[in-house]
Design a protein around this ligand. Structure first.
Ligand code: GDP
Length: 297
């Protein structure tokens, strides 16, 4: 994860750490390299600027350069700033305390990993929160999407709403709510339809479902490998429906980290979870301090 970014930054900071004394110019030179590394990692330009400005200011402003270990101090400043950029120290978890069934709506484009992530999250909720979940697929566009969720449900032993051929998303959502109440489910996960692009029909359907289901969580699933596109998708979705968070999938294959590093500041939305593989237990709470550690090696 984030190997190429990590290598680049590692090179810059090894040089800094190795020196006894640092001048203001040394810091500025290092920050120029950091800037290039972040841009190559596909981090959004305003985020890169902010990052570099804040680190530079802290590094040359205070007593850092006069200290005994200036290189290490600069690396510590970078570490803190990475954590802040990724969303801060505290992991924002799920809000499952509302009156059951708590509805979690999963939204996103086709192929982002939405259906797999719905199942991963249901499993996580059962195992980590000890809550009973019901899953329902509202995806009537993609052939076999509903069956796919049913198969995953069997694998993780989480109930799925029986499929009624020809039923439309809003009606499926109504039936799912009713069924969740009858079964005393704590949590209802709705896997909404995705399309290849953000379009009006997709947004209208999503809003109609949100109107019926009044979700506590609306989680956008995006593919980390798409870099800044993932951030653009998040902006498009959040202008239509109020997202409570983002789940970044395929973090396992993401060498660059641009989506993870840009998401919070560009969209204002927290990344709540990271998908880290195809298996159904490959879902981790997104913890900025752990990720900053990985990036800085
Ligand atoms: P959907 O169209 O958005 O519902 O996408 P799917 O859930 O069907 O996922 C598409 C593919 O991505 C499947 O092969 C998944 O196994 C894979 N996938 C989903 N999440 C991850 C992840 O975090 N890491 C990896 N490596 N693969 C993933």
């Amino acid at each position: 994860m984030f190997d190429s970014l990590s290598d680049r930054l590692g090179g810059v900071f090894d040089k800094l750490r190795g020196r006894g004394a640092l001048s203001e110019q040394d810091v500025r030179d290092a920050m120029r390299e950091v800037r290039v590394a972040l841009l190559e990692a596909d981090v959004a330009l305003p985020v890169v600027r902010r990052f570099v400005d804040r680190v530079t200011e802290k590094a040359i402003g205070a007593e850092v350069l006069k200290s005994v270990t200036p290189g290490q101090q600069v690396v510590k400043i970078v570490n803190d700033e990475l954590i802040e950029t990724l969303g801060g120290e505290v992991h924002e978890g799920l809000n499952l305390e509302a009156k059951p069934p708590v509805v979690i709506m999963m939204v996103g484009l086709q192929g982002s990993g939405k259906t797999t992530t719905t199942a991963k999250l249901a499993k996580y909720i059962r195992e980590k929160h000890g809550k009973k979940a019901l899953m329902a697929s509202l995806d009537v566009n993609r052939p076999a999407a509903q069956e796919q969720l049913a198969v995953l449900g069997t694998q993780i032993d989480v109930a799925t709403l029986p499929i009624v051929a020809g039923q439309q998303p809003v009606d499926i959502a109504r039936r799912a709510l009713e069924s969740a109440r009858l079964q005393n489910s704590d949590v209802l996960l709705l896997d909404t339809a995705g399309r290849l692009h953000v379009d009006e029909a997709l947004m209208a359907e999503m809003k109609a479902v949100a109107g019926i289901a009044t979700p506590t969580e609306v989680l956008l699933v995006v593919d980390a490998l798409t870099g800044q596109d993932a951030v653009n998708v998040a902006q498009n979705f959040s202008s239509e429906v109020s997202l409570t968070g983002v789940i970044l999938t395929r973090m396992d294959g993401d060498a660059r980290g641009g989506a993870a590093l840009s998401m919070r500041h560009v969209t204002g939305k927290p990344i709540k979870f990271a998908g880290t593989g195809e298996k159904l237990d490959a879902l981790e709470p997104f913890q900025p301090s752990r990720i900053a550690n990985r990036i800085l090696g």
